[in-house]
Ligand binder design. Sequence first.
Ligand SMILES: NC(=O)c1ccc[n+]([C@@H]2O[C@H](COP(=O)([O-])OP(=O)(O)OC[C@H]3O[C@@H](n4cnc5c(N)ncnc54)[C@H](O)[C@@H]3O)[C@@H](O)[C@H]2O)c1
Length: 321
Amino acid sequence: MKFLITGGAGFIGSHLAARLLDRGDHVVALDDLSAGSKKNIEKFSGHSQFTFIEGNMLDRQVLNQASQGVDGIFHLGAALGVKRILERPLESLITNLHGTETVLEVAAGSKIKTFIASTSELYGKNPEQPLREDSDRVIGSPLLVRWTYSEAKAIDESLAVIYGSTHGLPFVIGRFFNTVGPRQTGAYGMVLPAFVKSALLGAPIQVYGDGSQSRVFCHVDDAVEGMMRIFFDDRALGQAFNIGGNGEVTISQLAEIVIAETGSASKIEYVPYEKAYPKGFEDTMRRIPDTTKILQLTGWEPKKDLRKIIQDVAMQIRTEI
Ligand SMILES: NC(=O)c1ccc[n+]([C@@H]2O[C@H](COP(=O)([O-])OP(=O)(O)OC[C@H]3O[C@@H](n4cnc5c(N)ncnc54)[C@H](O)[C@@H]3O)[C@@H](O)[C@H]2O)c1
């Protein structure tokens, strides 16, 4: 089979490409390299079943060309990371809204099965945890740029649902919760690679706020497996699924675990939010996935724990510093 991955030179996209190539599929990776990199896909560059197109998914012509003859689209292209959204708000919002709109238009025209990469950010600051797929969205003011990622991804999901009902588009939505692993960049506010890099350099580990905010991390290998399970199971069509790990940790605890796992002498430094982020930021205190739905349908469960995630990320970062 042949698949298009938008954002195919990105973090999750490049891991997905590897999985599909391993299965014997053909992969077309479309990426404008705004956040992804050729390094992420260099190991497939000579692969006869891999094609890379450097281009913008907002460009319909590019997208038409990239989707020629494909059996499915994994739409992962997006602008993400809190820092990036705050520093480049307009470009990010346009990418996340119109990028998906363009992909869905093209997919719907030929009824190409499409995976939409959505996010736990969708749930905003809903205090009722763990978060189920039917949990409410509790979102801050639209005047705060920070929420535009959540807003755009919610509209993306609605667009998919509407293309499903009006054009018969087959689609499935995966809502990723804090997906981490090798090749993720720490540049846009992704906490785990940033902590591991600081730990390996012996630099202070900067915890924003008081560190009591918590997250659950999921290894990218597990996330890719979850994505594949729902994409290739027709019972999942037209639905959204949480894809997230096990084990809640506060960000302070995460810093301590990273220090212990890497044997680092780094100290933890607490940085007030006002100093860490441009205006318009507001954190979510907890974000815990309920993954019962994907487990019950497909038997998927995350397999790799936080220590394994840190080891894998550290192994990759060691090769770069
Ligand atoms: N990593 C996570 O924890 C996480 C959590 C929730 C949701 N997601 C979603 O998963 C998807 C993949 O995220 P990721 O972590 O791999 O991030 P990433 O930044 O590594 O990947 C996104 C890719 O999209 C590319 N891109 C951006 N705009 C583009 C455009 N206009 N045309 C073509 N390519 C473009 C970027 O260059 C990048 O390679 C995204 O849709 C993201 O919103 C990720």
